[in-house]
Design a protein. Structure first.
Length: 172
């Protein structure tokens, strides 16, 4: 039922959605998330397929939107969505639109690990690795492979060009 309502709402809503429309879509998506089938701690393939069309809504979520909710289901769903080439391609094109900081870190790391990260994503990850708090989150996400991840990001040509450009930038 929630899926049908959300689908009709997304189809009938004009492209220039108002903030109120966006808030409704976000609330409906969060309700949908609660009903998606899962196996253990991960969502089933059926759940991921059902949630796929709502990737733009997931990217639009802010910290305020999911305040009071466990962030794990949003990350677990992202993991499932990231297994799809179609969703990875969308995520690379719309990376700047990911509003929740933890989801943006997760998607950045996922896209980098999949070998599809743009220069924008590499620069974002480099900046994150230079931030103590964000580096800690990335370390938790990457687990024992974190140091290798850090090394690969820092060695990436886009990260090096970015570093060189930022070091040679004149001070005002």
């Amino acid at each position: 039922m929630i899926t049908a309502i959300l689908t009709v709402l997304l189809i009938l809503t004009p492209c220039q959605a108002t903030s109120q429309d966006s808030d409704v879509k976000k609330r409906l998506f969060i309700e949908l998330l609660k009903t998606l089938p899962h196996k253990g701690e991960f969502f089933t393939d059926e759940a991921v397929k059902k949630a796929g069309p709502y990737l733009p809504v997931l990217f639009a979520l802010t910290e305020k939107d999911i305040d009071g909710y466990d962030p794990y289901p949003f990350v677990a769903l992202s993991r499932g969505l990231g297994d799809s080439k179609k969703h990875r391609k969308y995520a690379v094109r719309h990376f700047a639109q990911i509003r929740h900081p933890m989801l943006k870190l997760f998607w950045g790391a996922l896209l980098f690990d999949e070998g599809v990260a743009s220069a924008e994503i590499v620069r974002f990850l480099r900046d994150a690795l230079e931030s103590e708090g964000q580096a800690k989150l990335l370390s938790e996400m990457e687990g024992p492979g974190f140091e290798d991840f850090r090394r690969r990001v820092m060695a990436h040509p886009a990260a090096k060009r970015y570093r060189t450009a930022s070091l040679t930038k004149p001070c005002s």
